[in-house]
Design a protein around this ligand. Structure first.
Ligand code: BTN
Length: 326
């Protein structure tokens, strides 16, 4: 019995007796008890009450392919070739890459309840607890090499912001190149990986991580200010299946049109969401740090960094942080 077989029975948040669980699954009470322990090991809070049974306080909204598909618009539904949902995976980007190696093509989407080796940018780990956040990877194929894809990761950030806006959530901002932030705290991140011919036909894996309801215990592994959808929601937070569908409604058409349209149509929106516009920043490239003023991005998605020594320079890689006031 997979460790999460019990979950759909407890997902509502209502109490369920040990006997009901055992009968529903056709297993012994001891087997149920072991499974409940396995769920606790996943970081889920299992509450027990004498005479009532077990429950997950607040319930849990598991990923459900049928519910995601039902919430897709016609364009996204037409561009989605396969939605592969996993309980546990090392990394949805790694899985998408493996699927590409096996011949998967554009429109494959991999998502998982949990990642055991979630990848962040610049070699970081992406904290990926079970059934609380969203982790997804979308595969697309391009034919004109990597240069035609300049600015794609920034456009993905805009697409994520657009998807969140459809739920009436407070407006998020973007931090170059593509962090999704709210009041300075990180809400989501984007990791693009590429395989194939960098000068010709290549496949891009667009990985998006979105903090939805990050458990405090898991967040101890995050080394920067963070937030989640639950915290920023003013009403009830949207469900994960609806959020996943909204992300795909924006991402799939963006990916399908990008080779032809490029970053140009996305630039104004990116600039309007730029959290660091006109601010003193430090650019970290690995090789060196450069201090300057962030002046937005050009039509290729390059950061425009103004320094006293060199005027405005175009920067293609690296990470910025706010420069502390002296
Ligand atoms: C960042 O560092 O800001 C990028 C984080 C990207 C995380 C997502 S979660 C889904 C996909 N799979 C991964 O292993 N990473 C990306």
């Amino acid at each position: 019995m997979p460790k999460t077989t019990l979950l759909p029975l407890l997902a509502s948040g209502e109490y369920c007796s040990g006997q009901t669980l055992a009968d529903a699954l056709g297993v012994s009470r001891t087997a149920v008890w072991k499974q409940l322990n396995a769920l606790s090991d996943l970081g889920l809070q299992i509450e027990s009450a004498k005479g009532r049974g077990y429950r997950i306080p607040g319930g849990i909204d598991l990923l459900d392919g049928a519910r995601v598909r039902a919430a897709l618009d016609a364009t996204a539904a037409g561009l989605l070739s396969r939605l592969a949902l996993f309980e546990t995976i090392d990394s949805t980007n790694a899985e998408a890459m493996r699927q590409v190696a096996l011949g998967a093509g554009p429109g494959l989407v991999c998502s998982a309840e949990q990642q055991t080796a979630g990848r962040g940018r610049r070699g970081r780990t992406w904290v990926s607890p079970f059934a609380r956040n969203l982790y997804l990877s979308v595969v697309w194929e391009y034919h004109q090499g990597a240069t035609a894809l300049e600015g794609l990761s920034l456009a993905v950030g805009v697409a994520v912001a657009r998807a969140l806006a459809t739920f009436g959530l407070p407006a998020v901002q973007l931090k170059w190149p593509n962090d999704v932030i709210f009041e300075g705290a990180k809400l989501g991140g984007v990791l693009l990986e590429m395989t194939g011919d960098a000068a010709g036909t290549c496949q891009v894996i667009v990985g998006v991580g979105l903090n939805v309801a990050m458990p405090g215990a898991a967040a101890t592994g995050i080394d920067q200010a963070w937030t989640d959808i639950e915290t920023i929601s003013t009403g009830g937070r949207p469900g994960r299946n609806d959020l996943l569908a909204a992300l795909l409604n924006e991402l799939l058409p963006l990916l399908a049109g990008f080779e032809q349209l490029g970053f140009g149509p996305w630039r104004d929106e990116w600039l309007a969401l730029d959290a660091f516009a006109g601010q003193p920043v430090v650019l970290h490239t690995g090789a060196q740090d450069m201090a300057g003023i962030a002046r937005g991005v050009d039509k290729r998605g390059a950061l425009q960094l103004e320094t006293a020594a060199a005027g405005v320079q175009s920067i293609f890689g690296g990470e910025i942080s706010l420069r502390p006031a002296l």
